[in-house]
Ligand binder design. Structure first.
Ligand SMILES: Cc1cc2nc3c(=O)[nH]c(=O)nc-3n(C[C@H](O)[C@H](O)[C@H](O)COP(=O)(O)OP(=O)(O)OC[C@H]3O[C@@H](n4cnc5c(N)ncnc54)[C@H](O)[C@@H]3O)c2cc1C
Length: 523
């Protein structure tokens, strides 16, 4: 894996040659990839199948924050915050090339705000203890303006500065998948599971790409799609299962750094609808978001609603002196989170329900995990494996193996506010450099002139990072689609030509061009 190019035929041959896996994971987002890594690191035999691409679902559409969840503190859920703060540290340690600590500024416009929120954040510091990333500070109005130059000065009474962290979500998912492979798992993207193998009411494996793959334990880690797989887990004449997921979507808008200059992120603690709003410097641009809008159905490429876009721009205009308008938006993307209501059919477990995520072990032995947040993927994996072992689906093996397990390429990184570059490859930058086209830039950052996507990066994506089409490269290895959809569309033909040369397959350029048009267009 490290250095040697991928050989998909050899991976399928390993699938076919294995009579029974300890664990088959269905779904290659944060949850599935994290689980595959933990199980492989414990010495279990593991196969992971992802229908589309690693992180194609919710896991590429996060706000990119590694956080303890200050709002859980407000709800008094100290345990959840403590766990997430521990996990924040683990990601910063294990994947330092794709994560970084990030200071936030919370501006105050009422005399009591600074003290009120500042005290909460001091408690956040206390909970972090030795894992703190920096002390919370109370700011004067002048200092707030100095750290956040575009914040509205009228009525500003002061502010609070605190620390959390940020990351590149899709690159982390791919690193988890590749690190799982390095630990012995077989991971495959573009490999949808279409049925479950059942034997006397028990799940014994999955059907993928027309072949049966048998396993002692099957985990359904398909995010907002868990109900589709749960529904495969029934006798042909049995009634359809009651869905447990109700989707809710969150929109992000990306604008130039000029709208939020400086190194700090902005947190608005209470928008007009009582939620939080972020402006986060990320890979040379600024992410604004997000919303929380219940939807009827799950979607692979959810669409933003006009009201959501208007809401984000309207809230931004309340806090930014020079506010972005619709024409300033470079990309709009939408993620769906699952709101989970477990049903009796799954044998609901109340302990699991008090967590942010849900783990259900069905009577058939199918294990379903959904919910939670990116930050806690590692703790979720431990939880799932504990449950599998408790139910006798896997033999007992001690946990804690991924707490300090560094991922491929781990090396001290830079601020993720800077445009993307070779630093995101860590120690693998050497392998990248040895590939053809290391200095041929296909895309440069308009503001700084820095090269952000090279021919070699495209080749690396195909040879080492499982990319199979133009979208895999431009959406999730490079993040250009999320940063500037028009620029992504403009370089897509050049990227597609390299992908076609590397894979000998159709790089699906037309499909990508249509997708980029969706990300570039506001409703
Ligand atoms: C708007 C928004 C912002 C967020 N921001 C943050 C944040 O800043 N920080 C944070 O910590 N968390 C954040 N989260 C939460 C975090 O993104 C999610 O908890 C996490 O990504 C969920 O990962 P998952 O693997 O469970 O689901 P997904 O990433 O959706 O993965 C499920 C995968 O299963 C695959 N799949 C489906 N069916 C099949 C099948 N039949 N066969 C094979 N594969 C299949 C899908 O293609 C998909 O890739 C945010 C969530 C949202 C919605």
């Amino acid at each position: 894996m490290n250095g040697a190019p991928l050989d998909r035929a050899a991976l399928w041959a390993r699938i076919d040659a294995t009579p029974e896996w300890d664990l088959v994971v269905v779904g290659g987002g944060a949850t599935g990839c994290g689980l595959a890594l933990d199980a492989a690191a414990r010495g279990f035999s593991v196969a992971l199948f992802e229908a589309e691409d690693f992180a194609k679902g919710t896991s590429s559409r996060a706000t990119k924050l590694l956080h303890g969840g200050v709002r859980y503190l407000a709800q008094g859920d100290v345990g959840l915050v403590r766990e997430a703060l521990h996990e924040r540290t683990a990601v910063l340690h294990n994947a330092p090339h794709v994560s970084h600590r990030l200071p936030f500024v919370m501006p105050g416009y009422r005399w009591w705000e600074g003290g009120f929120y500042g005290m909460g954040l001091k408690a956040y510091d206390l909970l972090a203890g030795a894992r703190t990333l920096g002390a919370t500070e109370f700011l004067s109005a002048a200092r707030t303006r100095a750290l956040a130059p575009n914040v509205k000065p009228e009525g500003l009474t002061g502010g609070v500065k605190y620390w959390d962290a940020q990351f590149d979500d899709a690159r982390l998912a791919v690193l988890l998948a590749r690190s799982a492979a390095a630990a012995g798992a077989v991971v495959l993207n573009h490999a949808p599971v279409t049925a479950l193998i059942r034997d006397q009411g028990q799940v014994r494996g999955v059907v993928v790409a027309g072949r049966g793959v048998r396993a002692r334990c099957v985990v359904n880690a398909t995010g907002i799609w868990v109900d589709a797989l749960r529904d495969m887990d029934r006798a042909p004449d049995a009634p359809a299962k009651t869905p447990i997921v109700a989707p809710s979507q969150g929109v992000h808008l990306v604008v130039d750094r000029g709208f939020w200059p400086g190194e700090h992120a902005l947190l608005v603690p209470k928008t007009r609808d009582g939620r939080v709003l972020f402006a986060v410097p990320w890979l040379g641009k600024t992410i604004l978001g997000t919303t929380d809008t219940p939807r009827e159905a799950v979607a692979l490429e959810p669409r933003p609603l006009r009201a959501e876009v208007d809401f984000i721009l309207g809230e931004a205009a309340r806090y930014l002196e020079r506010a972005p308008r619709r024409a300033d938006v470079r990309s709009v993307w939408v993620g769906m989170r699952p709101l989970v209501k477990p049903s009796a059919e799954d044998g609901a477990d109340t302990k699991a329900l008090s967590r942010e995520h849900t783990v259900l072990v069905g009577r058939s032995g199918l294990v379903t995990v959904t919910g939670g947040k990116w930050t806690t993927y590692r703790a979720m994996a431990e939880d799932v494996l504990t449950r599998c072992m408790a139910r006798g689906l896997l033999p007992p093996r001690p946990g804690g193996v991924t707490d300090a397990l560094v991922l491929l390429g781990a090396a001290p990184g830079r601020s993720l506010g800077e445009p993307p570059g070779e630093h995101l490859y860590g120690t693998e930058a050497e392998t990248l450099h040895a590939l053809p086209g290391a200095t041929r830039w296909l895309a440069v950052d308009a503001e700084s002139g820095a090269g952000i996507l090279s021919e070699a990066m495209v080749r690396f994506a195909v040879r080492h990072e499982f990319a199979r089409c133009a979208e895999d490269v431009l959406a999730r290895r490079s993040r250009l689609l999320f940063l500037d959809a028009a620029q992504a569309a403009a370089v897509a033909p050049a990227v597609a030509a390299i992908v076609a040369e590397e894979t000998g397959r159709d790089p699906a350029l037309e499909a990508f061009t249509a997708l980029a048009a969706q990300y570039a267009r506001l409703p």
